[in-house]
Design a protein around this ligand. Structure first.
Ligand code: BG6
Length: 494
């Protein structure tokens, strides 16, 4: 049975409406929701920006985005019908008048809909504008009703612990926590939510999901692309802030959290925050031992000449494009099980994979000579490029003799389900419209993630990298990252 809730009438303001995110992700996601019947019966989407588009010009631009990036294209008629609800407001987010204009649009929508709409502000704006926009929104009075006004905040949410706390405090001055939806698009992915289903809807795995049976865990989120034209943003960020602080730690939380009582926002977020709080904090002197960084050089990527990071951004910069960290979760379940996480650009490929490596069986029953190929059990949770789960176990090879061989049991989304997986933004925007915060970051969770990583950021800032660039395009990252895991007797799996 379909348990999807149809949202109430809604007006969505997209700050940064003429930008890349709106074009590639937000408008296509809303269009797909509409095609599938999940948009409210009455809605309006308002792109906002300084570019002087008319409604028609904006729709034309967004149609280009849909043609290039949308999961489903729909027909020409479908687009026309959907886009009648798309408007554009020429606006400057630093100017009070823009907020007055938004207020008028809300009043107009209320009149047209015959009901007070939910009002969503999607803030895809440069971090430098965030404080002013929050103040303007708060002071304008248009967010007064916490029941029906919601803020969607794209990352980066701060750039370290101090700035994240400051932003949270500012938000608290004007808004209730229940109005704030901090996006991490990884949580919108089906394969990520499936981690919880795999763990908590089955009896088989949870009893062995602990330090009695698991040797170590790896999380790899690699990309083959470089930073391209995002250098301006990326150079102020780096791999630790851009990927580890959010996406990778969220994967870790889903993998390591205790079972929640139910699949609802506070329960899930409490259990995730517990994990982040249980991760051992680094003292400055521990950082070199547990965290490594890298930056890609020029070289070859998939047969093409690829620029080095410094050439791409046009300066001698020490920003890391790769980070790997060894983490310890100090609680009953995980004490003694290292979690190795890594993420980088211009690596061997695009993969997001969690590897749960089990210990060897306690006793070898089969004669040693017959079991030379035995490998301990392993569960691989793949989020990209494939989505699915593999379980490795031993089998007997066919034949009269007793020879053991590891085999895999596989679940693959695209083979099992005909239904296409929605894009992450479809799930997340629908959740915002129905006020479901389960897949969004709470303020304390974001702060706990920053508290964990800030000592690494500080240590790296104090001690500039001496060996950058230190890995080649298409490789698995710097040699130091191999050493990080090899010194414990393991190797990176994917
Ligand atoms: C974004 C990062 O949050 O995630 C990008 O800012 C990165 O640098 C992207 O490329 C990766 O997302 P996905 O869904 O393609 O794995």
């Amino acid at each position: 049975m379909n348990n999807i809730i149809k949202p109430e009438p809604t007006i969505i303001f997209i700050f940064g409406g003429s930008g890349d995110l709106a074009n590639r992700k937000l408008i296509p996601a809303l269009y797909n929701l509409w095609l599938d019947g999940y948009m409210p019966d009455k809605f309006r989407v308002v792109g906002m920006g300084r570019t002087k588009y008319s409604d028609a010009e904006y729709r034309h631009e967004m149609n280009g985005g849909v043609n290039d990036f949308s999961r489903q294209k729909g027909s020409k008629e479908s687009w026309l019908e959907f886009s009648e609800n798309v408007k554009y407001l020429v606006s400057d987010v630093m100017d009070k008048k823009s907020y007055t204009a938004m207020g008028k649009m809300i009043d107009k929508a209320e009149k047209d809909f015959g009901a007070h709409p939910n009002v969503i502000f999607n803030l895809a704006i440069a971090p430098g504008l965030m404080d002013d926009v929050v103040r303007h929104l708060g002071e304008s009075g248009i967010c007064r009703d916490p029941e029906c006004t919601r803020l969607v905040i794209e990352k980066p949410f701060g750039h370290d612990l101090k700035s994240a706390i400051a932003l949270n405090n500012l938000l608290k001055e004007y808004f209730d926590e229940s109005q704030i939806y901090r996006i991490d698009h990884y949580l919108g992915k089906d394969a990520v939510q499936n981690i919880l289903v795999f763990r908590f809807a089955n009896l088989l795995f949870e009893p062995i999901w602990n330090n009695n049976y698991i040797e170590h865990v790896q999380i790899t989120v690699s990309e083959d692309i470089g930073v391209g034209d995002r250098g301006g943003y990326y150079d102020k960020s780096g791999a630790l802030r851009d990927m580890i602080q959010n996406h990778v730690l969220q994967l870790l939380c889903f993998t390591a959290m205790e079972p929640p009582v139910s699949f609802e926002a506070e329960g899930i977020r409490n259990r995730k925050t517990d994990v982040l709080r249980a991760i051992r904090r680094f003292k400055p002197e521990d950082v070199a031992e547990n965290a490594v960084r890298g930056q890609y050089s020029e070289g070859w990527s998939k047969g093409d000449k690829a620029k080095g990071y410094r050439e791409e951004v046009g300066k001698e910069t020490d920003t890391e494009t790769y980070a790997a960290v060894k983490l310890h979760i100090d609680n009953w379940r995980w004490r003694g099980v290292p979690f190795y996480v890594r993420s980088g650009k211009r690596m061997f490929g695009k993969t997001s994979v969690i590897t749960i490596q089990f210990k060897s069986a306690p006793h070898q029953v089969f004669p040693e000579a017959t079991a030379t190929t035995v490998k301990p059990n392993r569960i691989t949770i793949a989020i990209a490029p494939d989505t699915g789960i593999k379980i490795r176990f031993q089998s007997k090879r066919p034949g009269l003799d007793m020879m053991l061989n590891p085999v895999e049991m596989k679940f693959n989304y695209s083979e099992t389900y005909k239904d296409k997986q929605p894009e992450a933004y479809e799930t997340l925007l629908h959740d915002v419209m129905t006020a479901d915060a389960t897949l969004f970051m709470r303020s304390d969770e974001v702060e706990a993630a920053w508290a964990l990583l800030t000592p690494i950021l500080e240590a790296w800032e104090k001690n500039p990298a001496y060996d950058f660039p230190n890995y080649e395009p298409g490789s698995s990252g710097p040699k130091t990252a191999d050493a990080l895991i090899a010194k414990d007797g393991f190797h990176w799996v994917s």
